[in-house]
Write a protein of this length. Sequence first.
Length: 457
Amino acid sequence: MILVFRYPLPVHEITYRSAKFLEEIASHKDKHIHIILIATKPDIIKQVPLYLELKKRGHNVVLGHTGQHYDENLSGGMLKEFGVEPDFNLNVRGTMHEIVSQIIGRFGYLIGELKKKGKTVIPYVHGDTTTAMAGGIAGYCHMFGAVHVEAGIRTLTPEYGNTGIREYGKFDMHAWREFLMDRKNWKRGSQEPYPEQFNTRCSEAATGIHLAPVELDREFMMSEGFSEDRIFVVGNSVADATMEAMERAEMGGRAGKAKIFERYPMLADGDFVRFCIHRRENCVSERRFRAIYDAMKGLILDGRKVLLINMNQTKMALEKFGLVQELESLAKDHKNFTLSDVWSEYGDVIAAMSKAAVCATDSGSMQEEMNIMGIPCVTLRFGSDRSESAIAGGNLIAPPVDSALIRSMIDYAWDNKEMRSAPKLYGENVSAKCIDAVERVLAKGEVFRAEEERLRL
């Protein structure tokens, strides 16, 4: 539990592990302070392995939470599961623009105080979150280059053109999968997901070390002019967390099989689809949301086993479009339908997902996790920022425009053996590779690089 010690205005909302926190970390012999920023559930899953790796190697490392996700299901429970406590919390709250400004102001203040004490801060930001964007800006304002974990993710969209996708009843799913597996059939330019595509692109500009999951991400960054010698293809640290969670589940550990399947016995025998609908663009558009919802409803009425994770954005969409009562009736009347809030422990998610026949999602991280576990994925978006998983053959893009089309794709992907055997893309021992890359850079200079150093003059 973090004790509350407040510093003067305008950053009085920051809480620290102790009253002398800044002095304590500034007293470390190492001039570098590695600050791992976490903010959301995916951040915790993907950043904590790097934090533990830095600690293991003896670096001066701090775990900082911005407060972007703050409830038990999305943050507190997972921190307990991973056995870590943040050293500070920025406690941001409010609308999007308020959160952005609070992160820049509060994190900028904190690292500015460390800079006054002669320290060089290395912020580690993750992926496409608001925290990654705003945290990177705060560091950049002090000439501190960030380490961007999961760098370079860009949305590619299939060239729908003459694919026949508009003729839903005649659409050839096998041909669609093969179409998606050809890189030439994808193009860049989408600003979805919103605001995540903005966040990740903005983060790159404040980054000194880009840790890219796959070669495709390096390709994107090279085309955008980032320095090749600062781009490292290392895999995705979610692979470390997912494999560790799978091992715990198999052993029946504290987040293992017995716990989740006692709560939801229907899932124990597998053969179900997990739905996850939370992207803003899907949840503010009635056409998109109803297309996904009606596909799910059809599966339930046909007796297929369905799990819906009811997230905050999902709940708001259900309320907005007048579907709450109908959904609750479906859950009450159909034993093949499980409706659940977000699970607080990652081990629960992985234990259950390992049993799924298919995952229908608009999440980014779920596309990665399904690839790691060999579960067919149907992505409920027009494109994907993990398009490599579709190019590899394990993921289908299902544009949310027609329920029959979405249903057909889920039926095709259901326990599809070819999709299950798609190549694994995201590596092993990724956290170690990430820190290896950081240490190689620090052996030659700083993360924030002056132009004469870049040009080797």
